[in-house]
Design a protein around this ligand. Structure first.
Ligand SMILES: Nc1nc2c(ncn2[C@@H]2O[C@H](COP(=O)(O)OP(=O)(O)O)[C@@H](O)[C@H]2O)c(=O)[nH]1
Ligand SMILES: [Mg+2]
Length: 209
């Protein structure tokens, strides 16, 4: 695994702003999308003993499955995460840009590249809600979800003002902590459970003797 969570979204969706808002990572905001091959990793601390790792994968664009914009490297990184957060700019500066079409284009790349990556748990994170007048937000979100035909989890945030970011990181932590547990329980190398500590290993040795 590279990280618990991978960020996915069009350039300018607000991935770097989000990872900066919730973690210790300090990527460049609004950087040229293809200046780095390497994902930015950030630790998100939910409570003193509770944290998870998030990876900001820059530069995922249409054509990535065919290798555009170093697409293969980025998609490969996403395979090594447990949960994908699909960040969508719900208030694009250019009114000709349709957020639904943008979102579909990215998901299409996942599907073309690897069905398993497409089928990985993926949550929708609708960003830049601060740019939408408060009395229009509910309608804008509802309309997006309907046209995008989305049935999974949806979070409404502003990475800039951090509105909605706390409920998101708590939900992620709960998901990731559960996924870890399930993973350990079904680890085929240890059908009787993985030795968790030296004490357990000593118990196992005692049992053999
Ligand atoms: N108003 C507003 N602007 C945002 C928000 N999130 C990101 N931005 C701006 O959108 C631009 C692109 O953000 P960035 O995080 O670099 O996007 P990335 O390409 O997905 O990493 C920057 O100018 C950010 O300041 C948000 O929630 N609200
Ligand atoms: Mg970025």
């Amino acid at each position: 695994m590279l990280a618990d969570v991978g960020l996915l979204g069009q350039p300018n969706a607000g991935k770097s702003t989000l990872i900066t808002a919730v973690s210790n990572a300090r990527p460049k905001i609004a950087d040229y999308p293809f200046t780095t091959l390497h994902p930015n990793l950030g630790v998100v601390r939910v409570a003193p003993e509770k944290s998870f790792v998030v990876a900001d994968i820059p530069g995922l664009i249409e054509g990535a499955a065919e290798g555009a914009g170093l697409g293969h490297q980025f998609l490969r990184h996403l395979q090594r995460t447990r949960l994908l957060l699909h960040v969508v700019d719900l208030a694009p500066f250019d009114p000709a840009v349709d957020p639904v079409a943008e979102a579909k284009a990215i998901v299409n790349e996942l599907k073309k590249y690897d069905q398993e990556l497409h089928d990985k748990p993926r949550w929708l994170v609708l960003n830049k809600l601060d740019m939408v007048p408060e009395d229009e937000r509910a309608k804008r979100v509802k309309d997006f979800v309907k046209r995008y035909k989305w049935k999974g989890p949806v979070f409404e945030i502003s990475a800039l003002t951090r509105e909605g970011c706390q409920p998101l990181i708590h939900a992620i932590y709960d998901h990731v902590a559960t996924a870890h547990k399930v993973h350990v329980e079904v680890d085929p190398r240890f059908p009787d459970g993985k030795p968790a500590s030296e004490a357990d290993e000593a118990d196992a040795a005692d049992a053999k003797a």
